[in-house]
Design a protein around this ligand. Structure first.
Ligand code: SF4
Length: 107
């Protein structure tokens, strides 16, 4: 086999692997495992957020309102923590018993 054919073969193999890796990399950043790596929100993260809705004395809070029954709640991922679809909480997990002043009832 000539050197040109050998080089061409190596190039084509490398290109094929690169193309195959693109969808896998995309999957890795959107997988539950990657999302679970987000830090947990702390009280005061944004919008008067608290991890325990029963501790807030905010005027907008009503008994029973909490993240797990909010329209922005995206579901539990682990141990009572999950994602919130509100942009202010895109990089953190919120607690299912948490609350913020953007709360809106689901359903
Ligand atoms: Fe919780 Fe606020 Fe997100 Fe609703 S918008 S899930 S209350 S952090």
């Amino acid at each position: 086999m000539s050197d040109i054919n050998k080089s061409r073969r190596v190039f084509l193999r490398t290109a094929a692997l690169g193309v195959a890796a693109v969808p896998l990399a995309r999957f890795a950043t959107h997988s539950p495992a990657a999302q679970a790596a987000k830090p947990k929100a702390e009280d005061g993260h944004a919008l008067n957020y608290v991890n325990d809705a029963s501790t807030t004395d905010h005027a907008r809070h009503k008994e029973g309102n909490k993240c797990s029954n909010c329209v922005f709640w995206a579901g539990e991922e682990s141990g009572g923590w999950g994602s919130c679809r509100h942009p202010q909480f895109a990089d953190v997990l919120v607690n299912q018993n948490g609350w913020c002043n953007s709360y809106a009832p689901a359903g």
